[in-house]
Ligand binder design. Sequence first.
Ligand code: F0G
Length: 456
Amino acid sequence: MSSLSTSAPGVRPADFRFRCIACGEVRDAASRDFRCAACGDLLEIAYPSWKEARADASRLKSTWSGRRTSQSAIDLSGVWRFRELLPALDDPQQAITLREGNTPLYELPQCARITGVPRLYAKHQGTNPTGSFKDTGMTVAATFARRAGFRWVACASTGNTSASMAAYAARGGLRSLVLVPEGKISWSKLSQALDYGAVTCQLRSDFDGCLRLLQELVMRAPVYQLNSINPFRLEGQKTLAIELLEQLGWEAPDHIIVPGGNLGNSSAIGKALLEMRDLGLISRLPKLSVIQAEGANALVRTLREAGGKRLVAVQAETRATAIRIGNPASWKKAAHVLEATGGACEQVSEIEIAQAKAEIGAEGIGCEPASAVTLAGLKKLVKQGFVKPDESVVLVLTGNLLKDPNFTIEFHRGELFKGTKLEGASSELNFLRRPPIVLDATLDAVLRTLEQAEKS
Ligand code: F0G
């Protein structure tokens, strides 16, 4: 293994504190449930030293780009490469890393034509080591779990968090405990947790029930909680936005669109945008918009029915199981960043999600259903005039196609909505279906199929 580099001279890793998002109380340490000791709300990581020492934005940018040719493990991580904006490690060798981040930014020419937005891009987090954006947060939070001396880490999950946590725990020599809703997550994600050696519990509950139980558990047992309530997770997930802006030559896009479930990721991306603006790394803010499934639309309802003042929880139901969440923990953080960046919050139907997923797939870029809400949401935002055709838009694709192959197979076979009230309406999507064809093993049969396909 090559040696690990330290920070560039003159650019210090960040000292940090925990700050309550509601009462503003600042502390040096956090309790195990990562809730404010004074008022019980969520904590975020704050960097008081940034106020005194005005950052040298161009020096930070050149330090980060210089590291791209380094072969040290910490620089090869697309998260720790930006470590000046992360909580400081005493020694970079402490980082548990699988070379996360470094995800591609793709053009989407066909989806651009469909939506009428020529400058349309996808930031594909599905190319992370375990296939989802969770890895960018997990490298930081698992590192701090080990640094704090914990032997066990745990999470509640709709699948991706558990896959990621189990992998980083295994790499870091930690044990992991997974709580997932029985029968409501993809087997592909579950198989990852099993392979990486997690103790996996399928609870007869939904995600929200699993998360409630986890929060009780961490107060009773010496277990470190790795859900996105853990503010270290969000610091790692922030780097998606930093890497994106670097890829765009530090020219902010007009819009960034993300799926919303437990609302940690939108909060993290928004925090990064605000910090980058305050540090002078970017001169204007993109609008950050959140899209939810209609059947799991707690943030949409919270903003529309309660003006963002109190959470309107829902009983969640959607085939996009990654975002099947009715009581999102980080709703206040997400509402704040939407307001601060001027973003929108929309909901999309199950049929719109299936259509958008197939359209992204037809670009040669697979994603999971939850990621496809971004394209479906963009279509609505264009119709409403919120996104203008001459603006640039980045969709955050959060997970890999192979995370939920059943959805894709059922869609192409025309079985996705079978027996539901959407069965009739879903026939509008037949033009996108490419079901597998069973044939006799003859040249004739294959040639005929080719001719028919050419005509269609
Ligand atoms: N997309 C995918 C693929 C996800 O797995 C998740 C969340 C989201 C979007 C929503 O992100 O919760 O930060 O708003 N998955 C979690 C999990 C909840 O347990 O894997 P969010």
